[in-house]
Design a protein around this ligand. Structure first.
Ligand code: GLU
Length: 291
């Protein structure tokens, strides 16, 4: 009589052979099968996820000082992606941490945040350090000025004037390109810029229109937008490098949200409060959205 183990192996061999025949043409080799994301396994076991976002940007990521709750489109996007990729249990345990612009790559590479959803433009420079899924929103850089200041109509009028933006943002790099003679005032947060604009120590704030619209909506009598957006800022979800499966899963979760209406509902609950017309989700055929 044959030893048990051999019989067992024979049986397994037969089953595998049957599976190959009945499944038909699948991946040519086991190597082509996408590997599962180790991060998903780890976070599901941990039961909690840490998401970096902004705490001072109305409409995108704003923390209520009394309740400690964060609210905005980025927060909504984070919630629906986490639910889809990591499941409901983890989605009930999202810990939001503040990631000002210049801390975002470090937050990911150090492990301080698992994901960053924070008005975060996908750029080749950042892609050299971290990964992105998306884009899930497209904005463009614009200019906010005091309502009473009629001299600033577009970027060409910023020459010689103090203009506030945030260190480590694409807005800071773009400011130098579009208004090389403006005097950049670099701080850590956009709310600090708006405080300076209100106080009169700077003449304009420049960053994504989406962000500026939030401050404008909060104080409609005080500020106005000057000119139209002059860059393209595709927002992606930042992911620590080294887990391509996670990038794929987060990208797939975004595409599901584009298709099933949850992206639009998130938009209506947040940016939609300004009365702006509902946009289409970013094209599922764009280069970035296909990841
Ligand atoms: N989207 C731009 C960026 O990622 C500006 C907004 C921000 O700093 O969050 O740099």
């Amino acid at each position: 009589m044959r030893p048990r183990r051999v019989r067992y192996l024979t049986l397994v061999g037969a089953l595998v052979a049957t599976a190959i025949v009945t499944v038909g043409p699948g991946p040519a080799s086991a190597d082509e099968k996408p590997r599962p994301s180790p991060t998903v396994t780890e976070i599901r076991a941990r039961g909690e996820i840490v998401v970096g976002t902004k705490f001072d940007q109305p409409l995108f990521g704003l923390r209520d000082a009394t309740t400690g709750e964060v609210d905005g489109f980025d927060v909504e996007i984070a919630r629906l992606v986490v639910r889809e990729v990591f499941g409901r249990r983890v989605a009930r345990n999202i810990r939001f941490v503040e990631t000002p612009s210049r801390t975002r790559e470090d937050a990911l590479t150090s492990g301080a945040a698992d994901l960053v959803v924070a008005t975060y433009t996908i750029t080749p420079e950042r892609e050299a350090v971290i990964d992105f899924a998306g884009p899930y929103y497209i904005s463009g850089q614009a200019i906010l000025t005091r309502k009473a200041d009629t001299m600033i109509r577009d970027a060409a009028d910023l020459g010689g004037r103090p203009v506030c933006t945030v260190a480590g943002s694409t807005s800071a790099t773009n400011l130098t390109a579009v208004a090389p003679t403006a005097v950049p005032v670099l701080v850590d947060t956009y709310s600090e810029c708006v405080a300076r604009l209100r106080a009169g120590s700077v003449d304009a704030v420049t960053t994504d229109e989406a962000i500026l619209l939030g401050y404008l909506a909060a104080e409609p009598g005080a500020f106005r937008l000057a000119g139209s957006p002059f860059t393209t800022e595709p927002y992606g979800i930042g992911i620590a490098p080294g887990d391509p499966a996670l990038v794929r899963e987060v990208g797939a979760a975004l595409r599901t949200a584009f298709r099933d209406g949850s992206w639009t509902r998130a938009w209506k609950r947040t940016i939609g409060r300004t009365g702006a017309p509902v946009p289409e989700p970013p094209s599922a055929t764009s280069r970035q959205a296909r990841r």
